[in-house]
Design a binder for this molecule. Structure first.
Ligand SMILES: [Zn+2]
Length: 321
């Protein structure tokens, strides 16, 4: 198996990453660029180009890859092999599977980016057969492995937990909904939420609401920042409690830049409050050990395992065409 080469792609709202890995999942090289702010064709082209760049850096021809895994922002249309109107980019329709299969002449396995995260935790971190991966990134999402199977759902959008309502009648979400978890706790939403909170409550603050960014909100000892963090802690706990109730995991693994850059500020309130919101046993909540490559590694693991992430399974067992 070690002479096998696979490709992995992490298509996020902000960053696009690609890698070539060997048959054990070790990354031979990785390439990162900004996700283009263009239409679907521009993003598709960037995905193929970035994987080609990774292949070139590894001195591998694209058609030498035996499979390519893609973890992409959703919503997905798995049957069409595309992302369908992702709320955090301008593009409406982003073909992924066909262009990659054509370029690499091998199967491309498409999963939601958080499902890739869950597959990566199962494969590389021995996460076991029941786990959830939650991303707190530009947006918010989750992926679940249940009874040893990564859940995909009808169109590939199972466990889209970022769009559960945490505040009925609350803030507008990029998806068009209202009061969704992502509308508060996504990195793109945090500054706006902080400004609204500053305007509607009389908090003695030295911060300038107009120039607030997510980093300041998550790191500052200012009272407004603390107030925002307290609310975010509640929303994150509500979202994670719903995720635990839905999927009954042995652990909750959290990734995404918002969590990775501020693990104590983000995760401690959840650990404190989660038992009070659960009707079931509280699972441990931990930060991913795979860092910023959690989804990219998961995409590689999806390619190696045909999408199951099972480190002991047959490499082709999960491919269903
Ligand atoms: Zn939403």
């Amino acid at each position: 198996m070690t002479d096998r080469l696979v490709g992995g792609v992490d298509l996020g709202a902000t960053n696009l990453r690609a890698a070539v890995a060997d048959g054990e999942g070790s990354l031979l090289c990785r390439v990162q660029t900004a996700t283009p702010d263009g239409d679907g064709a521009a993003i598709t082209a960037a995905v193929v180009d970035t994987l080609e760049e990774a292949c070139a850096a590894a001195n591998v021809a694209c058609d030498e890859l035996s499979a390519v895994g893609v973890g992409a922002i959703g919503p997905l249309d798995l049957a069409a092999g595309a992302a369908d109107s992702p709320p955090n980019v301008a593009a409406e329709w982003v073909p992924l599977v066909d262009p990659l299969e054509t370029r690499c002449d091998c199967a491309a396995v498409l999963v939601n980016d958080c499902v890739a995260g869950a597959i990566g935790e199962r494969y590389f971190a021995e996460g076991g057969s029941d786990l959830v991966y939650v991303t707190l990134s530009t947006g918010v999402g989750a992926g679940a492995v249940v009874d040893g199977r990564p859940l995909r759902g009808h169109r590939g959008n199972a466990a889209e937990m970022g769009h559960v309502v945490v505040e009925p009648g609350g803030r507008a979400c990029g998806c068009g909904g209202v009061g969704h978890w992502e509308a508060y706790a996504g990195g793109r939403a945090i500054p706006g939420f902080a400004r609204e909170l500053a305007a509607e409550t009389a908090v003695d603050t030295d911060l300038s609401p107009a120039t607030l960014d997510a980093r300041t909100v998550l790191e500052s000892t200012d009272r407004l920042a603390e107030r925002v963090r307290d609310r975010l802690g509640t929303y994150n706990t509500v979202g994670i409690a719903a995720t635990v109730h839905a999927f009954d995991p042995t652990e909750v693994v959290v990734g995404g830049a918002v969590a990775r850059n501020n693990p104590t500020a983000v995760l401690e309130p959840v650990r404190e409050r989660l038992p009070g919101m659960l009707a079931v046993e509280t699972p441990p909540v931990r930060l991913t050990g795979l860092g910023e490559d959690a989804v990219l590694s998961g995409a590689v693991a999806a390619a190696l395992t045909g999408g199951t992430g099972d480190p002991d399974g047959s490499p082709d067992a999960g491919v269903s065409e």
